[in-house]
Design a protein around this ligand. Structure first.
Ligand code: GLV
Ligand code: MN
Ligand code: MN
Length: 420
């Protein structure tokens, strides 16, 4: 596909090369294809990082990594004193995921840079690809770990206290991944970048339904996560009679239903609430569950509505546990505000679409992304592409090569315009 701007050379992206790389990366997984699972700093995640770094080196980019493992791959501009333009996304994947979430923004970002290079374009500002550490919350319960630290929203001394559900600390995992330097060095100054643009699959059905090639993000919905630990009393499933049982699972089940009630009754069609993690101990069919761990995801485009729902869930959990005589520990792992993207970048993206004859519309991202935190550092927007039936976070997630190609073309055009 050709992009022709008055001021820019024609840019030709190589979708076959990119699709091959997407397919190859998808095979680096903790589970057999078509499932993609790459939990932060697992062997699969580390091999995937090596794969991406090799592609960056082959593209002539200079690589550095920070103390949390964020990877920066830089194409030097003519004026290195100017803050660079950045793009990027993530390659970690939740359990039982597909091969496009995050990956399209990382490998598509490399392809956009390669095609700009091959077109003869020489940027004034440097262009940097960022591969963010742990956009997914699987390891530590908190998403966007890399960009959260970069933006300063998560302080390094708080991050240092993170540990996973097996009690392994962030420090343990940093050593395992051979991350160098102190966590305090991850934070970046405001305006370290002149702009950040992330390419991603939509993860919803709107673009496909409306047959629009590209969504330009104006706002990212506000996510929050609750962790709930319930302590009951275990016992023999046959010999412990029903009266007086203190079953932690049953309290958890009522809390999960309260999440549904609060989210559906918020008065906003935008509120979503999900109990995505529910673990019990000891996990034996003939034993009353004495412990339950739940993680609850609540989002809305409006922060106040989201917070009211969080409050309602917390209140309901208190009442349920009082009635059932269950010990309750409840923690807000994160409760982030929504991000507002830069109107100037949104306009630039729409102009780029127009110049390339690619249909585009403004939209809201209901999924969160590292852009949520990059928006604290510099002007941002996102380029979303359709995915089949809006499926995401499942192995049958799919965007066609033609759909990906259009997203990469818009990204390449944006990078060229923003880098000058
Ligand atoms: C990102 O993976 C999200 O859950 O929105
Ligand atoms: Mn995801
Ligand atoms: Mn993602």
């Amino acid at each position: 596909m050709e992009i022709n701007f008055d001021v820019l050379p024609a840019i030709e992206t190589n979708i076959h090369r990119l699709q091959r790389e997407i397919d190859e990366l998808s095979l680096i997984s903790e589970n057999p294809a078509p499932v993609v699972t790459r939990i932060l700093f697992s062997e699969a995640d580390l091999r995937a990082r090596d794969f991406v770094k090799r592609l960056c080196r082959e593209a002539g980019l200079a690589i550095r990594e920070d103390a949390i493992g964020n990877i920066f791959a830089c194409w030097d501009g003519a004026d290195k004193k100017l803050p660079p333009v950045a793009t990027g996304s993530h390659i970690d994947a939740i359990p039982n995921a597909g091969k496009y979430d995050g990956v399209v923004g990382v490998l598509g970002g490399i392809e956009a840079i390669r095609s700009l290079k091959e077109s003869g374009f020489r940027p004034k500002r440097s262009i940097e690809l960022i591969v963010f550490t742990s956009e997914e919350p699987t390891r530590f319960g908190i998403g966007c770990l890399g960009s959260r630290l970069m933006s300063g929203v998560l302080r390094w001394n708080k991050a240092a206290k993170l540990s996973d559900l097996n009690g392994k600390t962030l420090e343990y995992w940093r050593r395992h991944a051979e991350c160098k330097g102190s966590l305090s060095s991850v934070r970046l100054a405001k305006n370290s970048y002149s702009a950040f643009v992330e390419l991603h699959i939509e993860q919803g059905p709107i673009l496909e339904r409306e047959r629009i090639a590209v969504g330009i993000v104006e706002k990212i919905a506000a996510p929050a996560t609750l962790r709930v630990v319930l302590t009951g009393v275990g016992g023999h499933a046959g010999a412990t009679l029903m009266p007086g049982r203190r079953d932690a699972l049953l309290a958890g089940a009522e809390i999960a239903l309260a999440v549904e009630t609060a989210a559906t009754g918020s008065g906003s069609a935008d509120t979503v609430g999900t109990t995505g993690l529910f673990k019990i101990e000891p996990g034996a069919v003939n034993s009353v569950p004495y412990k339950a761990l739940l993680e609850i995801d609540v989002r809305d485009t409006d922060r106040e509505t989201r917070d009211a729902v969080l409050g309602q869930i917390e209140k309901a959990a208190g009442k349920i546990c009082d009635r059932r005589k269950i010990g309750l520990k409840m923690l807000r792992l994160n409760a982030d505000p929504p991000a507002v993207c830069s109107p100037a970048l949104v306009d630039m993206a729409l102009e780029t679409c127009q110049a390339q004859n690619i249909s585009g519309r403004k939209m809201i991202s209901r999924a969160y992304h590292d852009t949520l935190f990059m928006a604290r550092l510099c002007p941002t927007t996102m380029i979303l592409i359709p995915c089949r039936k809006g499926y995401s976070h499942r192995p049958d997630e799919y965007s066609s090569p033609a759909q990906i190609e259009k997203g990469v073309c818009v990204l390449a055009g944006m990078l060229a315009m923003a880098a000058g």
